[in-house]
Design a protein around this ligand. Structure first.
Ligand code: COS
Length: 381
C-alpha cells in the first residue's frame, strides 16, 4: 500500500487554483464591494469568466465547454467566492441550471443549449415556488399537453440570476393526481412569449446576484423542450441537487477562507496595548479554531466532489453532509472574522461583514440545513 497522492490534490488542481486565485484577485475582487453596495450584477466577473472559459467550465468539451470535473468546478467556485460571493453564483447557478439537461437530455438538446451556455448565456434552475420550498414536490406550476406542445402556467420564486440567464430549467406538474411522480422537467428560454420576471428581491447578502420571480403565462413550447421522461422530473431535480449541493459547500468554503484570510491579515496590522492583536492568545485561539473548521470543511467538500464525479453510492450522504458542514462553518468563521476586526469588521470598508451576510444564505438555499439533515438521516452510512 502507498499513501502517495492520498489526501493530496494532484498538481493540475493546484495549478487551476493558482490561476483562479490571480483571476479572482485581479478581475473580480476590485468590484466585489461595489456590486454588493449597488445591488448590481457583477458583469466584470461574468466577462472575465467567459473570457477564460470558466463561465460554465463543467460543460463537457464535446459541447464547447472546459469539461471540468466536479472537483475542478468546486475549486473554481471556491476561489471566486473567496473574493466575491455574488460572482461565485455565476458558475454555481450555471451548473445547477444545466445539470438536469446534462443528466437527462438528448445529444441534440445538449448541443442546442450547452454550447451557448459555455459561451456566456446563463442557465437558471426553477424549482421553488412561493408555497413550495422545502416541500419541493408540492409545486403547482403546471405544464399541460396540447397536441404536440406543452403549455406552462405558474410562477417560480427565489430564482438566482433570473432575468440575466438566457435559459431556465423548469420543474412543472404534468399530472397533479400522481404527486411527485407527476412532475416533468422542461427548458424554457427567456425570449419565449409569456415569460416575465418579478422585481429583484431586496436581500441581506449576495446582493450582486439578482433573485427574482419568474412568471409563465401560457408559455407554449414543443416536446423538444422536455428533458425528463414524463413523470420523472422530480427524481431528476433531486438527483441534480445531490451533485450541486457540493458546489454550495465549495462556495461556503470560499467565503470562510476569504474571511479567515482577512482576519489573519488584520490581526498582524492592528496594534493594541503596544503589540499586534495576533500576539494575544485570545485572538490566536479564534484564528486556530477558524482554520481547523475551514480545513475540515475543505476535506469533506473535496471528498464529496470526487464522489459526485464517480457517482458513488454514498453520494447523497456526502453531498448533504458537505453542504451542511461547510455552510455552518462559513457562518461561524465569517462571524468570528467580524469579531476579530471589531468595529472595522462591522463596516463595509473591510469585506468580512459582506461575507457574513453572504454566508447566511448558504445555510438556506439549495435545501435548508434542516432538510439536509433529513437527507443525511435517510442515508446514514
Ligand atoms: N435522487 C433521485 N430520486 C429521488 C431523490 C434523489 N436524491 N430523492 C427523492 N427521490 C425520489 C424518490 O425515490 C421518490 O420516488 P418514487 O416515488 O418513485 O419512489 C420521489 O422522489 C419522492 O421522494 P420522497 O418521498 O423522499 O420525497 P419527499 O417529498 O419526502 O421530499 C426532500 C424529499 C425533503 C429531500 C426534498 O423535497 C427536498 O430536497 N426538499 C428541499 C428542496 C430544495 O433543496 N429546494 C431548494 C431549491 S433549489 S435552489
Amino acid at each position: 500500500m502507498s499513501l502517495e497522492n492520498i489526501f493530496t490534490l494532484p498538481s493540475e488542481y493546484n495549478d487551476l487554483r493558482d490561476s483562479l486565485r490571480s483571476l479572482s484577485e485581479n478581475e473580480i475582487a476590485p468590484f466585489a464591494r461595489e456590486v454588493d453596495e449597488d445591488h448590481r450584477y457583477p458583469q466584470e466577473a461574468h466577462d472575465a469568466l467567459v473570457k477564460s472559459g470558466l463561465f460554465a467550465a463543467h460543460v463537457p468539451s464535446e459541447f464547447g465547454g472546459d469539461g471540468a470535473d466536479a472537483l475542478a468546478t468546486c475549486i473554481i467556485i471556491e476561489e471566486v467566492a473567496r473574493v466575491c460571493g455574488a460572482s461565485s453564483l455565476i458558475p454555481a447557478v450555471n451548473k445547477l441550471g444545466s445539470l438536469p439537461l446534462i443528466l437527462g437530455g438528448s445529444k441534440e438538446q445538449k448541443e442546442r443549449w450547452l454550447r451557448p451556455l459555455a459561451q456566456g448565456k446563463g442557465f437558471s434552475y426553477c424549482l421553488s415556488e412561493s408555497e413550495s420550498g422545502s416541500d419541493a414536490a408540492s409545486l403547482k406550476t403546471k405544464a399541460e399537453r396540447k397536441g404536440d406542445s406543452w403549455v406552462i402556467n405558474g410562477s417560480k420564486k427565489w430564482i438566482s440570476n433570473a432575468g440575466v440567464s438566457e435559459f431556465y430549467t423548469v420543474i412543472a406538474q404534468t399530472d397533479p393526481s400522481l404527486g411527485s411522480r407527476g412532475i416533468t422537467a422542461f427548458i424554457v428560454e427567456k425570449s419565449d412569449p409569456g415569460v416575465s420576471f418579478g422585481a429583484p428581491e431586496k436581500k441581506m447578502g449576495f446582493r450582486g446576484s439578482p433573485t427574482r420571480e419568474v412568471y409563465f403565462d401560457n408559455v407554449t413550447i414543443g416536446d423538444d423542450r422536455r428533458i425528463s421522461e414524463v413523470g420523472k422530473g422530480f427524481a431528476l431535480a433531486m438527483d441534480t441537487l445531490d451533485h450541486t449541493r457540493i458546489t454550495i459547500a465549495a462556495q461556503a468554503l470560499g467565503l470562510a477562507q476569504g474571511a479567515l484570510d482577512a482576519a489573519k491579515k488584520y490581526s498582524h496590522e492592528r496594534k493594541q496595548f503596544g503589540k499586534e492583536i495576533f500576539d494575544f492568545q485570545g485572538v490566536q485561539f479564534m484564528l486556530a479554531d477558524m482554520a481547523i473548521a475551514v480545513e475540515t470543511a475543505r476535506q469533506i467538500t473535496y471528498a464529496a466532489a470526487a464522489k459526485s464525479e464517480r457517482g458513488d453510492k454514498d453520494l447523497k450522504f456526502f453531498s448533504a453532509a458537505s453542504k451542511t458542514y461547510a455552510t455552518d462553518v462559513a457562518m461561524k468563521v465569517t462571524t468570528d472574522a467580524v469579531q476579530v476586526l471589531g468595529g472595522y469588521g462591522y463596516v463595509s470598508d473591510y469585506p468580512v461583514e459582506r461575507m457574513m451576510r453572504d454566508a447566511k444564505l448558504t445555510q438556506i438555499y439549495e435545501g435548508t440545513n434542516q432538510i439536509q439533515r433529513i437527507v443525511i438521516a435517510r442515508n446514514l452510512p
